[in-house]
Design a protein around this ligand. Structure first.
Ligand code: C5P
Length: 309
């Protein structure tokens, strides 16, 4: 069994510029992988017939993205056999932490080893077909995302930081619902230059590995106002993170999780304790691209395609 961690992401900044003719929204975002993770196991036995199984511990998510990812990956590589996957969910759903996308991308990252030399497999294309956040998890670390989030530019690894991720119990925000809520707010004109200026300042600072104190005022999430109106406790959690000494406290993705960046593990621990009555909390640190990619190389080193032709 190959065991891997499907690390979650946060959006250090997220700007929604406008609705495009294809119905999607044009985004500018800054992704970051963090240590909160689902645990996934793969057992692969090459054979004549293809069979894909998923044991998700009784979660019962219909139309599971992992199965679709495995289907697409085996079809693209031409590999045939029995793939048994187990999923132990730790990343909360409806949180904006990219849990489902991370799991789907884990299948693709695992399946890279099945690609025979010389065979062209459009991994980013397969990833985007599964969801807008999936391509980022092929890369990991800190990255700028443009378009639907699929046009990615890897940035240098940030210095590590202590995070507290918090989410109110029993609250889930669906991404389409969050976009609809945003649509009820007046979106800026097709060239929202003020938004872009702030985002550019954030990208410049993070690309130069400047400390959080220098870019905290630029890391905004455009969903906050609309989603906080629907789920007011999110504002209380954000205020509590701020009062607990967070260098920066923001919602991730379209919510409902928030994160606070703290200067020390102790401060993060104290904040987590204070928040425990209001929300579920998870301590976390950043996962750099160097660590992300080294881990994937390690986990999949023994996976041989043995793909039947
Ligand atoms: O791609 P994903 O499945 O994550 O997107 C879920 C939904 O969120 C889409 O169907 C769409 O309604 C909305 N969305 C959007 N613009 C984006 C990403 C997602 O409108 N850039």
């Amino acid at each position: 069994m190959v065991r891997v961690q499907a690390w979650a992401k946060i959006n250090l900044g997220l700007k929604v510029l406008y609705k495009r003719p294809d119905g999607y929204h044009e985004l500018r975002t800054l992704f970051q992988t963090i240590t909160l993770a689902d645990e996934i196991g793969f057992v692969w036995s090459p054979g004549r017939r293809t069979r894909i199984e998923l044991d998700d511990g009784g979660l019962g998510v219909g139309d599971n993205l992992m199965v679709r990812a495995a289907d697409a990956m085996l079809a693209a590589t031409g590999a045939r056999g029995h793939l048994k996957m187990t999923l132990r969910k730790r990343i909360p759903m409806g949180a904006g932490l990219g849990g489902g996308s991370a799991d789907a991308a884990a299948v693709l990252n695992w399946g890279r080893s099945l690609i025979r030399p010389g065979r062209e497999v459009d991994l980013p294309g397969i990833a985007l077909g599964l969801g807008a956040d999936v391509p980022f998890f092929l890369l990991g670390g800190t990255a700028l995302g443009l378009g639907r989030g699929e046009e990615l530019y890897g940035l240098p690894d940030l210095p590590n930081a202590h995070l507290v991720v918090a989410m109110p119990r029993g609250v889930h925000v669906s991404t389409p619902a969050a976009f609809r809520a945003l649509a009820r707010e007046p979106l800026n004109s097709p060239l929202p230059s003020a938004k872009l200026e702030k985002f550019q300042a954030l990208a410049r600072s993070v690309a130069a590995c400047r400390p959080v104190s220098e870019w905290k005022s630029y890391c905004e999430n455009d969903f906050e106002a609309a989603v906080f109106l629907q789920v007011p406790v999110l504002q209380d959690i954000k205020d509590m993170l701020d009062r607990s000494g967070a260098l920066c406290a923001r919602m991730t993705g379209s919510g409902a999780a928030l994160f606070g960046v703290f200067p020390t593990r102790e401060k993060a621990g104290q904040a987590a304790k204070r928040l425990a009555g209001l929300a579920q909390v998870w301590p976390a640190t950043l996962v750099s691209r160097r660590r992300y990619q080294a881990a994937w190389r390690r986990w999949t080193a023994g996976v041989t395609g043995n793909a039947l032709r």
